[in-house]
Design a protein around this ligand. Structure first.
Ligand SMILES: [Zn+2]
Length: 259
């Protein structure tokens, strides 16, 4: 049982390869993955992948902070429509980012808050991207009167102190294969301090390529690198392999009878 808690199979970068990638994911034993939409125009593709592979794909819909300018006036209605028509859909990727060029935190904050409110209202898991905006993230969460019960910080790269604050708010954290690079020792050390039942594993394919991978796709991260990433993550964090899939199942609310 292997569970990829975060990828982007809908990316145009996988357009020519997608069917083969999915066959290979199944062949190596991946039984679930969460496909994260990032902008309104890729939501229909995420929805189609979930319809075509209902046993494999959990769809997730959100506006990534890098793509906010492409949103339409009715993005929120569209998002609500997708959530109501598919009860297993999650929310994300959404979040806050002050790392990328020309970021506009004042635009990001209210849009991120809308995602949080939806996660509370519809009781859905929410996946959050945060880079160099930890103060804003903590302030937003602490100001909220009700918080989502399932909040995932994907590819968590904040400090231990921030992680401790987030743990108090009930957050989970996902470890990506990119953190296996030798220069990421500090991130691994932070993950070692987190409670094992709050850690999920992700590929973030096509991004965040691990240092050594069974599957090479030039500069892209192949989603079937997951088993290798999970094994290595289990070793560096000293956590049993099975725990990660169990955590993901609990987080995304998959009954163990359904695998
Ligand atoms: Zn992502």
């Amino acid at each position: 049982m292997l569970f990829d808690s975060h990828n982007h199979l809908q990316t145009p970068r996988f357009d020519q390869l997608r069917d083969d990638l999915i066959s290979e994911m199944r062949r190596v034993g991946i039984s679930r993955c969460v496909i994260n939409g990032t902008t309104e125009s890729d939501w229909p593709k995420v929805k189609r992948l979930a319809q075509d592979h209902p046993d494999l794909v959990i769809p997730s819909y959100g506006l990534h902070p890098w793509h906010l300018k492409q949103r339409s006036d009715h993005w929120l209605d569209t998002l609500v429509g997708l959530l109501t028509e598919s009860p297993n859909a999650a929310i994300g990727e959404c979040g806050l980012d002050r790392w990328f060029k020309d970021h506009d935190i004042d635009l990001q904050l209210p849009i991120f808050k809308k995602h949080l409110d939806l996660a509370v209202h519809y009781d859905r898991p929410i996946t959050v991207h945060c880079l160099k905006a930890w103060g804003h993230l903590l302030a937003t969460l602490k100001k909220s009167t009700v918080l989502p019960t399932r909040l995932l910080l994907h590819s968590y790269s904040g400090s231990l102190q921030t992680a401790r604050e987030l743990l108090k708010l009930g957050a989970h954290f996902s470890f990506s294969g990119y953190f296996l690079h030798s220069r990421k020792a500090k991130v691994r050390e932070i993950f070692r301090q987190l409670p094992p039942d709050r850690i999920l594993v992700e590929t973030d394919a096509p991004d965040m390529r691990p240092p050594s991978s069974n599957y090479q796709l030039e500069d892209l991260n192949h989603p079937a690198n997951l088993p290798d990433i999970v094994d290595q993550c289990a070793k560096v964090l000293n956590i049993p392999v099975e725990q990660f899939a169990q955590n993901s199942r609990n987080f995304f609310n998959i009954a163990s009878s359904q695998k």
